[in-house]
Design a protein. Structure first.
Length: 111
């Protein structure tokens, strides 16, 4: 059985590494493969004049920040697992699949 995260310092480290993981991945992709995220700024697929990709990235960032705050304030491993499942994984999904979502929406709208 794993030991619960006990100190505030340990929770803060977890919040920065795990909770903000999707943001770290986004920064890595921006540096390693900037063309991968190019569809996110396509104005052809917009919601209220804002490109859909930007909305997806803001949603992912919001989920990541919420996860970091929840992890920092948590007091047990079950809560940490729930936060990762409900906030971190969806945020990472939006970052990884976001360009494909925009391209699919663009192709569906043009036909």
């Amino acid at each position: 059985m794993t030991q619960p995260v006990s100190s505030h310092r340990e929770r803060r480290i977890l919040a920065v590494t795990v909770g903000l993981g999707p943001i770290w991945f986004l920064v890595y992709v921006l540096i390693a493969a900037p063309g991968f995220l190019e569809p996110l700024g396509d104005p052809a697929v917009a919601v209220g004049g804002i490109p859909l990709g930007w909305i997806l990235i803001v949603a992912a960032a919001g989920l990541s920040v919420a996860a970091a705050v929840a992890i920092e304030r948590s007091n047990g491993n079950r809560w940490l697992g729930l936060v990762v499942l409900l906030l971190v994984f969806p945020a990472l999904f939006l970052v990884v699949i976001g360009p494909a979502i925009v391209l699919i929406a663009k192709n569906l709208g043009s036909g």
